[in-house]
Design a protein around this ligand. Sequence first.
Ligand code: HDE
Length: 741
Amino acid sequence: MAPSQEKANHTLTPPMGPGVQSPSLEEPTAAVPPPPPKPSQQGPATVTPTGAATGAPPEAVAQQGMYLTTSQGARLRSTDHALKAGPRGPVLLQDHHLREKISHFDHERIPERVVHARGSGAHGVFVANGRASKICRAAFLGKDVETPVFVRFSTVAGFRGSSDTVRDTRGFATKFYTSEGNYDLVGNNIPVFFIQEGIKFPDIVHAVKPEPDKEIPQAQSAHDTFWDFVSLHTEAQAHVAWSMSDRGIPLSFRMMEGFGIHTFRLMDAAGETCLVKFHWKPRQGVHSQVWEETQMSAGADPDFHRRDLYDAIDAGAYPSWDLGVQVMPDTPEEIFEGIDLLDPTKFIPEEVCPVEVIGTMTLNRRPTNFFAETEQVMFNPGNLVPGIDVTNDPLLQVRLFSYIDTQITRLGGPNFSQLPINRAHCPVNDMFRDGFHQDAVHGGVAPYKPNSLDGGNPAEADDDSSGYIDIPTPVAGNKVRELSATFDDHYSQATLFVRSLSSAERQHLTSAYTFELSKCYEEAIRVRQLQCLANIDADLCAEVARGLGLSAPQPTTPPGDVEPSPAVSQLGKKWPVVGRKIAVVVDSDTPPDAVASVREAIMNAGMLPFVTAPRGGKLGDVVVDRTFLTAASIEFDAALVMVAPVPAPDALPAFDAKSGQDTTGRAVDPRVVKMVAEMFRHCKAIAVTPGATSVLAAAGVHEDAPGMVVAEPVAAVAGLAGLLASHRVWERFPARVTHES
Ligand code: HDE
């Protein structure tokens, strides 16, 4: 700045914002813009990573320039060697760059989330279809309104480095950057919760986390403290039934439902209210792994779900979900069809109240920087926009306190809302000042209300544009530490869930309970949980008891008659195959042009081909995606085996176990045999070209078994797509498991 200008800026008049008059005697009432910072106070403008520009391009907040510098911008000549007294001498404390580099590194880690530590996120967009405008005034639910979103999926129990495919509930948290402020829908993939009251949350979390003496097991519920708690605290039984089912081991984040769990209150433009439950419905279908796959993937690829999400986005197979609501009348008792809407251990079957779709979310961009976005994002069920309000659900009420509180430790102070991923995409004027990691350079002198020095800024909203409208409902009662008697039923929804499952799902559920309880050391805990199962379903209890070698107890509260809800079963539906992964298993005898046409046919069907060959490199023009060394059966939804094709065979080649060769004299690769055997066991569709049938014989798989296709390559792709629409070849599961068999 030229000296003359600097002088001109010095004035005895206090700095005022545009349009701000001298303070008057009265408190100002008209809304005026905030005073701008003085030019000398301006920090670099920033943008949110979701693209909402608030000024400068993203580079302005990231690393800039071509040269290595200190944090203060001084260029550096070397970062490989510390400053020493001679090449063999001691390191000198004076080396500023060394101290700064090591010190920053020493503080790179922040505390992980106390729950939901392991997670992955993606950016996307939510487009409303306008149907919700009838019941909710929120602007982002208006017809065709597009709202940027960031979603974080997570497991609950494991540490940040734990594996993705463990049996657990999954978090499904969505931040909508709406024009009226950020709205967070912080849900799970299971519609009921473990506990009815927030005050029990530390108890359930302490019970499921690794046991405190040995800190094992990691990311597992199969241990004594978990089953000790849930068998005593029987309101957890409905949630446990869901997490022991296939819902606890999803195949992919892309293939999970999401639930807001609690009942929320919506308000329309006229002030009318209704009660709703939120649902996310994946357009990819709802699919799970089988138990053996989860254990194999935990070893072969602990990042299984994370990789799947990012691979799909990179391949352009953007996952999408419909957002739906179950709409119920806002009655004073807040009970619908006999179910207390304030009890978060209960869900409303879709057959009782249908889910109405109000918009669609598509995830189309992965984070640029995992830490900045996925780790630093903060969700809070209390982040609401006008038209959406909470209810008196005693679990939800406690969450309203917990989420801000935890960020103060996890994100190092109260200014976490200024982190780029957390910033609102609308003006924020909160009068919050200072604190650790204050990023803003605030102008003005009056961060308080009422004020006249900043012209009264910020103004208060009127009722039409304000969030957090308190509907004047009467509140009365004695101060008590108890719950309404309508929360007392702990079993009927577990019974409803168990009786709604198909035979294969029921078999998985039985095995999961048996597996988990077998891992408990204390017999008293196994017996106590069997008592709970007796109250849920006698057959389930008997089957688990048989597996444990214990006798099945009589129920203390006999299970009642319940109406099953077919909607909770994941089977029996047909789903799109877009984004499903097909291993194309080839070898050096497979003609490259056949591989190229198969790849194209798979991609034309919207699926993702993974060419898997004995070694890396290329086959003709086709790049090998996986080698027999790196490929694992768990990576794929189906396989097309094209190895060793025989020109015009008289008879399909068979496997000779003695020589390890097929009847045409070629060796059958044991790694391919292993993959096929595993995929068969996991009920996946398998196609082989006629020349490759010896692989089936070597794997002990009959070509006439359900879900097998023997066909020329391109026809085989159509066969696989047909089978994949049902996700797995369910006929391969025995009708009903018994532990005697
Ligand atoms: Fe959370 N929960 N929670 N929770 N929760 C957290 O917040 C808590 C509950 C859920 O990807 C924490 O930022 C209490 C129900 C998800 O960042 C913490 C209670 C549901 C995520 C917390 C509940 C959830 C969290 C840990 C009982 C499903 C991950 C780190 C009153 C509707 C969000 C953090 C993300 C995270 C507390 C109950 C879902 C400690 C006290 C019910 C998806 O604040």
